[in-house]
Design a protein around this ligand. Sequence first.
Ligand code: UD1
Length: 347
Amino acid sequence: MKIVSIVGARPQFVKAAMISRVIRKDHEEILVHTGQHYDEEMSQIFFDVMRIPKPEYNLNIGSGTQAVQTAMMLEGVEKALADEKPDWVVVYSDTNSTLAGALAAVKMHIPVAHIEAGLRSYNMRMPEEVNRRITDHISKLLFCPTEVSVTNLEKEGITDGVHLVGDVMFDAVEHYGQQETDILQRLDIKPGEYYFLTVHRPSNTDDKANLENIITGLEGENIIFPAHPRTVSSIEEHGLQLPDNIRRIKPVHYLDSLTLIKNARKVITDSGGIQKEAYFLGVPCITLREETEWVETVEDGWNILTGADPQKIKDSLESFEPTGDRSSSYGDGKASEKIVRILEEQV
Ligand code: UD1
C-alpha cells in the first residue's frame, strides 16, 4: 500500500508522528509538508524530537491570506499526487493544509482518509470549521476520535466509511507523556506554581478588545506564555504591552509542551489540542472560547469555557476545580494501529 500523508501545521506533526510509525512498518509512505508552519520552532523541532521522517516533499508555501495559502497548497499537492499516484491520501484535522490535501486528491479520484473526522464547533466563522466540514464530505474513510464526532457526521447524513477509532492525540500522550524534559529548570519555575497559557485563534488575536480582555483576566497571576507568531504580530500591531506577570517565551516543542502542561496549576488556552492534553494529563483547563469541539472535557467537569470575558477568566483561575472523573471517551491509545489496519483492508 502506498500512502501520501499531508501535513503542514504543528498539531498535524504530532498526529503524523504516531501514524507514520505504524504505516512505515509494512507500507510505503510519502510525507508532503505544505510549509504552512515554517519557523524552526513551529516545524523542524517537532520532526527532531518526535523522530518524524523527513518529508519527501516540502511545498514551502508559508503565509498568505486564507485563499492564497489554500490555492498555492492545492497546486503543490496536485503535482505531488500526480507524481506519486498513491492508494490513499491521509489528511489530519482541520487546517488549510487538510482542506487543500483532500480537495486536490478527490478531484484526481484518489480516495481520502480523514483522521479526526466529525468534529464540529458549529461556528462557521472559524476557518477550521469550514475546512473540517468540507473535508468530511469528500472523504471516503472518516476516522472519528469520539462517539460525539460519529453522531455529528450522522446528522449530516454521513454514515459510510465512518470508523470510531479513538484519538490519535491520546495515543501520542500515552507514547510521549512520560518523557519529561528539563524545561521547568530552564525557565526556573516550580511545579504547581504557574499557569500555562496559549492563545492563537484569529477570534482572540485579531480582535484587540478580546486580546486586552484576556490580558486583564490574567492580572496578578504567574503565567508562562509560549507565544504563537500570529499572536506576537497581533500584540505589536495593536500596540499592546504584556504586563510583567505574563512571561512570554518562544513556541515550545511537543515534549516541552507536555511537561509544562503536566506541571501547571491550570492551563488557559484557545487551542483544540491543548484542551485535550490537559484533560489526558489531569490538569484543569480554562478555554478562551465560547464553544469547543471537545465537549467531553467540559461534560466531565475538567474544562470551562470563558470566552475572552475577563471576569469569567479571573473567577476560573481562582475557583474552577474539576468536578468529576475523566472518562475513556478518547479511546484506548491504539487509534493509530486501528487506522492503518482499516486502510489495509480497504485498498
Ligand atoms: C493553523 C490552523 C489551526 C491550527 C494552528 C496550530 C488553519 C486555518 N489554521 O493556525 O487550525 O490550530 O495552525 O498552530 O489552517 N507563522 C509564522 N511562522 C510559522 C507559522 C506561522 O510566523 O512557522 C505566522 C504566519 O505568517 C501567519 C500566522 O503565523 O501570519 C498564522 O499562521 P497560519 O498558517 O495562518 O495559521 P495558524 O494560526 O498557525
